[in-house]
Design a protein around this ligand. Structure first.
Ligand code: TYD
Length: 224
């Protein structure tokens, strides 16, 4: 007897199917420079007269801010599956109440982290099944995928040096050991390999203005 395959929880779709806007996400390890690049892109689009929404996960809504506090600052263990569900819950609320309405209005959504972070951190990092983690997020978001995902790739040792120089206390994920961060990096690169048309992979050691120009080119292509 052959075992029945589980039914996929949700089929993905590109965000443009849901409205005239554009959905751009920034991904990468901690300390890779996502926030800087997201800000530069926002400034450029605003100068061009495009309406933008700048947001992030976890914590892009009031509910999300509370979830963010748990996942990043809870003292003590959180079960890996519970952690994955918390990120997915933050995402479900954020996409329905902030991101989808913005895309429907025609805005460009610029977001720090999205479901690829869950696949890399909870999948590769915590060693949950990557396809399960992805399916959970696709269910949570009704299948929404970004039009463009910029992956800022950085060696975890270099990232650690940047974070040390920042002098901020580490959160729960940042405090993980270097083999965790090495798995996360490999997880992101594997995702980019699987979807080369969605991902733009950049070497995060390049100068910020060089990276910003590459991001602008990719966004311009998708707006055309
Ligand atoms: P981030 O907001 O980028 O941290 P910071 O503002 O301190 O730079 O992300 C918070 C942390 O949450 C980061 O270590 C990655 C982690 N994370 C996951 O593990 N899974 C997820 O799905 C997301 C969105 C983030």
């Amino acid at each position: 007897m052959t075992a029945e395959l589980p039914r996929p929880l949700h089929a993905p779709r590109a965000s443009t199917a849901g409205g005239p806007g554009l959905f751009v996400t920034f991904e990468g390890g901690d300390g890779a420079g996502k926030t800087t690049q997201a800000s530069l892109l926002e400034r450029w689009l605003t100068e061009k007269g495009r309406a933008t929404v700048r947001t992030r996960e976890p914590g892009g809504t009031e509910v999300g801010v509370r979830i963010r506090d748990i996942v990043l600052h809870h003292r003590g263990h959180i079960a890996a599956r519970a952690e994955a569900l918390l990120y997915a819950a933050d995402r479900a609320h954020h996409i329905e109440t902030v991101v989808q309405p913005a895309i429907a209005r025609g805005d460009v959504v610029i977001q720090d982290r999205y479901l690829d972070s869950s696949v890399a951190y909870q999948g590769a990092g915590r060693v949950l099944d990557a396809d399960d983690v992805r399916a959970l997020s696709l269910w949570a978001t009704d299948g929404l995928l970004p039009d463009l995902t910029v992956l800022l790739d950085l060696d975890p040792d270099a990232a650690r040096r940047r974070l040390d120089a920042d002098d901020k206390p580490f959160d729960r994920l940042e405090a993980e050991k270097s083999d965790f961060h090495a798995r996360v990096r490999a997880g992101f690169l594997a995702l980019a390999d699987r979807e080369p048309e969605r991902f733009l992979v950049l070497d995060a050691t390049e100068a910020p203005d060089v990276l910003a120009a590459r991001v602008r080119d990719a966004v311009e292509q998708r707006l055309a």
